[in-house]
Design a protein around this ligand. Structure first.
Ligand code: XIL
Length: 375
């Protein structure tokens, strides 16, 4: 029986260790199945990184086969929507924590850590919210929501995506901020309010600003990187308690503008502001790739590997989360379906819960990542 460290217990890599021990054949008998390769989080942990996945609570309630693989691969779980306003706030004076509690309870039982996503977003809000966001009362409403939610999950949710998708240079607003209900009602200081409220309610949870579209050498993404760096610098300059940038990394397997030097330079620029980086929602869409599964899987894996090989050497990077674990369910099939209607294959495990080339790419990139020092 191998010794299991406290860190392993906390981070969810116990299952593969126990699995390997349990599968060991008695002396003189042939092994029934080859020993299983360690899961992604076990590999990440060797480098002081983590791996996790977003989970839909419907899967949690109904899909035992899926859930059996979660502790094998993951050290973190994220609510795919259970922490969004539309779930938490059915009515102005009500908090409905039941779905989020389901996830947090599951995580506690399996020694997994939880990321909360997201305290402020312009989507997935209840209909009552926008009319109630008046300049005089809106700030209090936002601060109370964050203090109540973060306070409720204090010490049980260890990362928060405090503000999600705050920039959109194409909206033409000052400083490239996205034109959202929050910006319209409260002005740019809604971002400050959100981070301060989160820090007050749980000073120990990691506070993240999360956004997309910063991976490729494309003009619109170059503008986004510039706007993001300026925003981060201005938040730091006025002591807003932000601690990390979340890179969603919704990758496109057919995209030819992945420039590793540019990706690593951007990570270095973020790190030079004193911020950490989390890859928060990685998946690789294949709606621009041919139908053939082997071709698709190979292209997706190569693409992810190239991205991760550029990102993971950056010492500021703390870990990688994929937006789901298995192709059994992905938001991409709803929001960016393939023209031929075939299901996409954007995640590390296939619909049978078998490891795919994308899993191998993640494992290989984590194996090659340098060990963090002093993080
Ligand atoms: C998506 C979820 O996957 C869907 O189930 C939900 O209906 C809408 O939101 N970027 C984000 C996530 O930050 O919150 C989004 O999640 C995917 C894109």
């Amino acid at each position: 029986m191998p010794l299991i460290s406290r860190r392993a217990l906390l981070s969810g890599c116990v299952a593969p260790l126990l699995g390997a021990a349990a599968a060991a054949p008695a002396p003189g008998t042939a092994p029934r199945s080859p020993p299983r390769e360690p899961g992604l989080n076990a590999r990440a942990l060797r480098k002081d990184l983590f791996y996790g996945a977003a989970l839909d609570t419907r899967i949690l309630r109904t899909d035992r086969t899926y859930m059996a693989q979660v502790p094998v691969e993951c050290g973190f779980v994220v609510g795919e929507y259970s922490f969004k306003w539309s779930e938490l706030r059915p009515e102005p004076d009500k908090y409905a924590f039941d779905h989020a509690e389901l996830l947090v309870g599951y995580a506690a039982r399996h020694g997994l850590r939880v990321r909360g996503h997201a305290l402020v977003w312009y989507q997935s809000n209840p209909d009552w919210l926008e009319p109630m966001l008046k300049p005089d009362t809106g700030e209090k409403l936002l601060a109370t929501h964050i203090r109540t939610t973060v306070g409720h999950f204090r010490k049980r949710v260890v990362h928060w995506d405090v503000v999600n998708e705050a920039i959109e240079p194409e909206d033409g607003k000052p400083n490239g901020l996205r034109d959202t209900l929050w910006l319209r009602a409260l002005g740019p200081s809604y971002i400050d309010t959100a981070f301060h409220s989160c820090a007050m309610a749980d000073p120990h949870a990691l506070r993240v600003l999360n956004d997309y579209g910063m991976e490729y050498a494309l003009p619109w993404q170059e503008r986004r990187r510039g706007v993001m760096l300026d925003l981060l610098a201005s938040l730091k300059a006025r002591n807003v308690p932000i601690q990390a940038l979340g890179l969603q990394a919704h990758l496109d397997g057919s995209e030819t503008h992945l420039d590793q030097k540019l990706v690593s330079k951007f990570c270095a620029d973020v790190a030079s502001l004193g911020l950490k980086i989390v890859i928060t929602e990685m998946d690789v869409r294949d709606n621009g790739l041919p139908a053939d599964i082997a071709v698709r899987d190979a292209a997706i894996a190569a693409h992810a590997r190239a991205y991760l090989d550029a990102v993971l050497p950056c010492p500021a990077v703390l870990g990688v989360v994929t937006w789901g674990l298995s192709d059994r369910r992905s938001w991409l099939d709803d929001q960016m379906p393939r023209a031929d209607k075939l299901p996409q294959r954007p995640l590390p495990l296939d619909t049978e819960m078998h490891r795919k080339p994308l899993w191998t790419a993640l494992a290989g990139a984590l194996d090659l990542a340098p060990v963090r020092r002093g993080s």
